[in-house]
Design a protein around this ligand. Structure first.
Ligand code: GLU
Length: 295
């Protein structure tokens, strides 16, 4: 084992689409090329957004595309105790605070103005918990494997919510706790999460956790130029035998891996073995937007 440990961490709000295939594939190839492990974590902290059965669909989709993960699947819905412990630690050190403000009250501000930092504005309302960005290390920076040197002041992004009023855990806290708990060394994910990373670095520092390496991937856009997402109804990955092979080939093209055309119809295991051996993230172009294939 190489000591490399990667993960794919989908939110099961809908089935995987071409953009998610590209992200899963890149993190898989990066891990396997390094001789490392690749884990699957289902980020189901927000049950109302996760239709029943979607995790199962995602598992089947990954298997159909030959993306086999190591070990047990981690489900975030079962991680309440760990997230609570992390939140308490942050609260004790003054890095998390309860907030009673409603979104409506600060709608004229670009970010939450921090009104509850020094005491609740509305003591009788239910509270959310926020990160106190002005007290964490700042600025924060990392060397992104694709986008290069990054440097941000988390204060500019605002005091992000860590636990919602309804008691649901927010992505920022859950992702940091689980990446550390699972010993993740390398995060490979979409560039849409690049501007979430500053909060995650602050949380890692505050909780005494190691910071993994980050590789943010170019965005995949639909034919109309829009980001592919479940919200704008990107089609689910096809599962019909011929289509699977072609879509995997297209995903390798989207990642600039120059798969040989002769492998376009080849079984997924064969395409993947070829791609693992030749995986080279230096071929990725930060600016490249790839159009998704037609089914
Ligand atoms: N769960 C997040 C998503 O589906 C990804 C988390 C991550 O890779 O850090 O967009």
């Amino acid at each position: 084992m190489s000591g490399y440990r990667g993960r794919f961490a989908p939110t099961p709000s809908g089935p995987l689409h071409f953009g998610s295939l590209v992200a899963a594939l890149a993190s898989f190839l990066d891990a396997r090329h390094a001789g490392g492990e690749w884990l699957l974590r289902i980020e189901d902290v927000d049950p109302p957004r996760c239709p029943p059965g979607t995790s199962e669909t995602i598992r089947r989709q990954l298997e159909t595309y030959g993306l086999h993960w190591d070990g047990e699947i981690r489900y975030q819905h079962a991680r309440d105790v760990a997230y609570q412990a992390a939140l308490e630690r942050l609260a004790e050190t003054g890095l998390a605070y309860p907030c009673s403000c409603s979104r409506k009250e600060w709608r004229d501000y670009p970010i939450y103005p921090g009104w509850c930092r020094d005491g609740l504005r509305h003591p009788h309302r239910p509270v959310a918990w926020r990160l106190r960005t002005d007290r964490g290390p700042r600025p924060v920076g990392w060397q992104d494997r694709l986008f290069g040197e990054q440097r941000f002041d988390p204060v500019d992004f605002g005091d992000v919510v860590l636990k919602r009023k309804e008691g649901l855990w927010a992505y920022q806290l859950a992702v940091v706790v689980d990446d550390a708990d699972q010993g993740i060394t390398d995060v490979v994910r979409g560039v849409d999460l690049l501007d979430n990373t500053p909060w995650q670095l602050q949380l890692q520092a505050a909780l005494g956790m190691a910071t993994p390496r980050y590789l943010h991937l170019p965005l995949i856009v639909a034919a109309n130029g829009q980001k592919l997402s479940k919200q704008n109804l990107a089609p689910a990955l096809p599962t019909a035998p011929g289509a699977v092979n072609r879509w995997l080939h297209e995903a390798l093209i989207a990642l600039e891996q120059q798969p040989p055309t002769t492998l376009r119809e080849a079984p997924v295991a064969e395409q993947l073995a070829h791609a693992i051996a030749r995986w080279d993230p230096a071929r990725l172009r930060a600016q490249k937007h790839h159009r998704m294939p037609r089914p």
